[in-house]
Design a protein. Structure first.
Length: 323
């Protein structure tokens, strides 16, 4: 991060929106900020070399007030967010991807939590997963009752999406921001650096405040690329915390492979693919069957049912998106 940054304004929240070819969703995303009950915010849209009409749309949105647009060549989402922070005036930063949506009370509830917790560095909330059209998939993230440790962040990314991150700008600068070389799991890697190398707490409010749109054509829809990206995350963290990774790698891998099995099921992939992920998960650390029996066994049972009867009825029963 550069040494000369805008002077921070107390209580101001800088909303950082990286945008790449998001003309279909950008209006709704920005509107979800405008509808916030907490009104002391600025929006910084970083047009990351879009080739659709995102640039023109973003410029039109500036007429709504307190919205700034920065145009850059396409350098990836980490660079885009870091560029937004370089131009941010707020004491707090809140990241929002250009296809996600916030609930109206998000910023107010989180700023209230920061005011009560002087050592709170990063705040998050519950997330609802939606389809590309914005329809609820009836899948929700969880919020831990205690601050997140580095272990819990490695084993399972509770925040799910960077659109769930609100932090003190001071924390972001102290930890040097997102790694410019990473465009997958870059938010999880940054959170791990916060947890491993600072005194700041990472904790959440239990309310549902973020709608996370799953994109069928995005990197996250490719299970193979997702696993490659996760392994790249592991190698990155191992570079500065080798003992930590060695101690927890097998459990973390088992949990992530189980997640891929569940995602394969939701996407309506062949059951054998999901079963293979579950087999590898159990081989990595079989104790996931004991420590989280409901999630593990429910995944196995659903996959077996999908294998035996890959029908429309089974798809509806397990909320599989094949039909």
């Amino acid at each position: 991060m550069p040494s000369t940054l805008p002077i921070e304004e107390a209580g101001l929240i800088s909303v950082i929106i990286p945008c790449y070819n998001a003309e279909q969703t950008l209006n709704e995303t920005v509107d979800s900020v405008i509808r916030q009950t907490y009104k002391k915010w600025e929006i910084i849209i970083i047009n990351d070399g879009s080739t659709d009409n995102s640039q023109e749309l973003a410029e039109k949105l500036t007429a709504l007030g307190n919205i700034k647009v920065i145009h850059t060549p396409n350098r990836g989402v980490s660079n885009a967010r870091n560029t937004g922070v370089e131009n941010a005036k707020g004491e707090f930063l809140a990241f929002l991807d250009a296809d996600d949506v916030w609930h109206p009370e998000k910023l107010q509830l989180q700023i209230n939590y920061f005011s009560k917790q002087p050592l709170l560095g990063v705040c998050y909330s519950k997330v609802r997963f939606t389809s590309q059209s914005g329809k609820s998939l009836n899948q929700y993230s969880l919020v831990s009752k205690i601050p997140l440790s580095a272990y819990s962040l490695l084993v399972e990314n509770h925040l799910c999406t960077s659109s769930n991150i609100m932090c003190r700008k001071q924390v972001f600068l102290e930890t040097t921001g997102f790694d410019p070389g990473m465009n997958y799991a870059e938010d999880q890697e940054w959170l791990l650096r916060v947890a491993l190398n600072s005194h700041w707490l990472i904790a959440g409010v239990p309310q549902l405040l973020v709608d996370y749109r799953t994109q069928t054509g995005s990197l996250s829809s490719s299970l193979c690329k997702m696993e490659q990206g996760w392994q790249a995350l592991i190698q990155k963290v191992k570079g500065y915390a080798p003992d930590f990774v060695d101690q927890h790698y097998l459990r973390a891998q088992a949990t992530y492979l189980r997640y891929l099995a569940r995602r394969a099921l939701r996407q309506g992939e062949p059951a054998q693919m999901g079963l293979n992920y579950m087999k590898r998960a159990i081989l990595s650390d079989w104790t996931i069957l004991i420590t989280s029996p409901w999630r593990s066994m429910a995944t196995l049972i659903a996959l077996v049912c999908w294998w035996i009867a890959p029908t429309k009825h089974t798809a509806q029963l397990f909320q599989i998106s094949k039909y």
